[in-house]
Design a protein. Sequence first.
Length: 422
Amino acid sequence: MGDNSRGRSSFQRGIGVPVILVERRLAPEKSLLYELKELAQTAGYNVVGVVTQVRAPDSRYNIGSGKVKEISELIKDTGATKVIFFNELKPHQVYNLVKELKVDVIDRFDLILEVFTKRAGSKEAKMQIELAKLRRELSFARERLRLAKLGELHGFMGGGEYAIDTYYKHVRKRIAKIEDELAKLRARKAERWRRRSMERGLYYVAITGYTGAGKTTLFTKLTNYPGYVDGRPFATLMTKMKRTIIEGRPIVVSDTVGFIDSLPSQLLDAFYTTLGEVVLADVILLVFDVSEDWREIKRKLSASILTLQSLGVNKLKILPVANKIDLVKEEEIGEKLQLLRNLELKPIPVSAKTGEGLDELKNELLKTLPGYVTATIELPSTESVRKLIRNAYVKNICESNGRLIVEVEGREEWIRALSNHG
């Protein structure tokens, strides 16, 4: 049975293409329409209505046929020219919905791609977006080919069927080419990270977490880099990196793309070259908004951790950060942190906005750095010392028998290699 709820509270004629949002969910599931609305607004749409239904998925439309008629009436009332589903639609469901509603129909997968397209700047990001689109298009081309063979797509028999088949093969070739280019790019990036670690000895820290958790604000606070903050999903698409000094230690900090619940696997695969930098980092600061209610915190942390696990991230690298403590009463923070400790998580409470708790975070971060040692080495020249000061933490320097005796903290492999060279 489906509910009869329909969101029609004062439609606003704003700027952007007018759209209707649709969500179908099972009874125990939480509604995530507010996230879909944020995504739609980020993409530049004007939300003029919402339709929800609580029922099992329908094979023909995803929603029930009665809801399809309801949406059709809502389109007439509001002038909407597009319908956006939260649920991932199958190709034949899109075909059936467009046929009934006479407007464009997309789902959250397409919407996320639109947001990514608007915010992509580099050649790499554009390639990743194209790959995700082509993989999506491949499934639709396959369905069009099936419908053509069944005679359900009028005008697509004979030569039209051949054209679809030819296009299908073209898409597959293009996907293979992009995948090859991205694989080479991934290998080069991994080698660059390895070489930087060995040659420069710098540690890399990635800030990640659910979209809207305050990652960019924390990045700005740690690095004094004027990052772009607008509070909308995927404000950061491409990774930004900045070398900074934390308690005297030189560290490279990166601000990465945010996670989102139920991220389609095709998107995760397509954007691996961006998220791959999280995998290569020495420490991952997993930021979440502690001011939200407990269910939201748990849901978003679970989504983030599942994404990291799917990328092959070692859980020992992860340092949870409970952000926005300035918005929560002290006793409430304590209760939530205890619940997280029961889940074997030990977050550091901070306010990236006010700077509260950042000193504790920095101390915990330094404790988490892998292979961090204190050593005494001998060096022949002041030139080596300058290099050392730039890439490690020099505690003390003294001269003995024409050589410099340096007490230093940093990455063990790099210090050992430098000592052997000296």
